[in-house]
Write a protein that binds this ligand. Structure first.
Ligand SMILES: Cc1ncc(COP(=O)(O)O)c(C=O)c1O
Length: 606
């Protein structure tokens, strides 16, 4: 055989091998857009904004006129409640929102974007509180709410406990004050305790969970000299570019493979590729593998109850552990969210496995901001004895801040108290009894709401489709139950909710569901299907896109109100409350198009 033939055959073999590996990678991705971050990013830029105003707001699901009328009346009543309630809190919120981009964003994404304008004008929600007492929050007008949001999961042992941590930390650390770059003696005890609970020799301290994950990934790359991070579809690991692929991050995914969770194809990729430095796991995904945390802003039609399957997830983790060990890939447990929720030793204890690196955050800071990476020395070392210039850099001015370290110590000690151990022991049965009872009552009310729970973590699910499930957050709030960040997606309780408080919450929850049912928002049982609703929505989007392509931008004109019918501008709420930021963003300005597919994770922000 001549040389060109040999070279040609070799090139073809190499190309075939590369093609095969590419194919394997494709098969290991979730088939939806969620599994294809680059494409999702591209598509998200095409989702056109449009606005369902006036009558269309009430009949976006094709409900008959009398149902739309019933909704409209209920909406006006709800609006007047929110307009009257908490004037100081609302005024402050509005002013803060005009200057705090975070609040502006979160408020915009509480509901699907097509309903946003009307809702913002009609149902102003306060985001300012002055006081907490147990689970109750009080706003500047003196209104009290039960907090169901749990401060992104920080509130594991109750606000009163964290207040104590913070007060005690002052007493411990005040002598040293804000001296940084050195350690308060309390750090020694923290390190010993972290070592014991993580089963790992070393730790680094950071200021947020995001930074802890950044550092863990950097260490994995440094020690493996490989480039790629594997994360599983739907999982949140903080908001930095390196692990947040898809809508929400303007940069297209680089150096990240987003694979199908709990899948053989993903394991095959890990077994065969040589460019993978680490695998990141966030075990909250066992509640909704391959899906992001539910949020009302992205709710299309229906969220089916799922709940976790710890046995299946445990088996998956064992296999993942084995493959990572075989392939020299760092297995990083991102325990920032679940952390100490199910066991004082964290998720490793609960699922019975050992990760190479573990990140913690949230409640570990005892009420202060924190991120921690724990790892074996083999993964944590940041320099090489034999190559002194080859280092892995990480800093942070406020790392190991004495007050944070002291509050962490109060938290870590608390985990060992018998009363806390007792809470862990009883949490499983207590919370499943509570959830079962609530679900029975919800069924009795003939409402589509169901709770899928994993102990104190609840997902609010809907067992049939509707375009208005997101309204439930306003009915809950009206009954004094506040979900401060993502609408009705996720509820987080502390481990210890006294029975009297829980009963009160349950009563209010049921009342809110009945209110919403009676207002007609859940019309459509046996009539509406997810397919019908999706088709309706696609049609709206196509019309809006067409307008955009033709250079017309007038979202409000998408569905002009027929003569004689009220327009949103004529509605009482439109006059009663200026849209937030009205001064800054005149009505003609176009809000950024909102990807219904997957709003950035910070909407959910575990
Ligand atoms: C699993 C997980 N990792 C990382 C983070 C980021 O932590 P932080 O918000 O403290 O930056 C979060 C936050 O919700 C999280 O849930």
């Amino acid at each position: 055989m001549s040389l060109p033939w040999i070279l040609g055959a070799a090139a073809a073999a190499v190309a075939a091998h590369a093609g095969w590996r590419r194919l394997e990678l494709s098969r290991a991705k979730h088939p939806s857009l969620r599994g294809h971050a680059r494409m999702a990013l591209r598509v998200s830029r095409w989702v056109p904004y449009y606005d369902l105003q006036g009558e269309r707001f009430f009949s976006a699901d094709g409900a008959p006129a009398e149902v739309a009328e019933q909704r409209k009346k209920a909406f006006a009543e709800l609006s007047s409640h929110f307009q009257r309630k908490a004037p100081r809190t609302r005024a402050m919120t509005r002013e803060i929102q005009a200057m705090a981009a975070d609040l502006e964003f979160v408020n915009a994404y509480r509901v699907p974007f097509a309903f946003r304008k009307t809702v913002q004008a009609a149902l102003p929600v306060g985001s300012v509180y002055e006081h907490s007492d147990g689970l109750r929050l009080t706003d500047p007008d003196g209104n009290s709410y039960y907090d169901l949001g749990g401060s992104y999961g920080v509130n594991l042992l109750g606000y009163s406990f964290y207040k104590r941590c913070m007060a005690e930390s002052q007493a411990i650390a005040v002598g040293l004050g804000p001296v940084l770059g050195v350690y308060h003696p309390i750090v020694l005890d923290n390190l010993r305790r972290l070592q014991a609970l993580s089963g790992l020799e070393q730790a680094t301290f950071h200021m947020s969970g995001t930074e802890a994950v950044m550092q863990a990934v950097r260490l994995a790359r440094y020690h493996t000299r490989r480039r790629y991070v594997v994360r599983f579809c739907g999982a949140y690991h903080g908001w930095w570019d390196g692990v947040q692929a898809g809508p929400g991050n303007p940069l297209p995914a680089r150096d990240v493979y987003t694979l199908n969770d709990m899948s053989e194809a993903a394991l095959r990729v890990l077994q065969t590729r040589k460019d993978i430095a680490c695998v990141l796991i966030n075990p909250i995904q066992s509640m909704h593998p391959n899906a992001a945390a539910p949020s009302d802003g992205t709710l299309l039609a229906q969220r089916q109850p799922k709940g976790s399957d710890p046995a299946a997830y445990r088996a998956w983790l064992q296999r993942l552990r084995q493959v990572c060990s075989e392939r020299g890939i760092a297995l990083i447990l991102d325990d920032v969210f679940l952390g100490f929720r199910f066991a004082p030793g964290g998720t490793q204890e609960y699922f019975g496995f050992q990760a190479d690196l573990v990140t913690y955050g949230k409640s570990l800071g005892g009420g202060y901001p924190v991120g921690v990476v724990c790892g074996s020395r083999r993964w944590m070392q940041r320099y090489r004895e034999d190559r002194p210039a080859d280092i892995c850099f990480a800093r942070g001015t406020f790392n190991s801040h004495p007050y944070v370290m002291a509050a962490m110590n109060v938290f870590l000690r608390q985990l060992e108290q018998p009363e806390v151990r007792a809470l862990y022991a009883q949490a499983g049965s207590l919370w499943s009894e509570r959830v079962e009872r609530l679900n029975r009552s919800l069924e009795g009310l003939a409402v589509p709401v169901r709770i899928a729970a994993w102990g104190t973590i609840w997902l609010v699910q809907y067992d049939r489709p509707s375009r208005y499930h997101w309204m439930f957050q306003y009915y809950l709030r009206r009954r004094g139950l506040a979900l401060n960040w993502i609408g009705t997606g996720r509820i987080l309780f502390p481990l210890d909710v006294p029975e009297a408080d829980y009963r009160e919450i349950e009563t209010r929850f049921l009342a809110a569901a009945a209110d919403m049912r009676d207002a007609g928002w859940w019309w459509g049982e046996g009539v509406l299907t997810s397919k019908t609703l999706r088709r309706l929505q696609m049609r709206e989007m196509a019309a809006a896109l067409w307008k955009r392509l033709r250079g017309e931008h007038a979202p409000q004109e998408l569905q002009p109100a027929p003569p004689g019918q009220a327009t949103a501008a004529a509605e009482p709420w439109a006059q009663a409350a200026p849209a937030p930021n009205a001064e800054l963003a005149p009505a003609a300005a176009s809000p950024r198009p909102a990807p219904e597919l997957r709003a950035p994770e910070l909407v959910h922000k575990d």
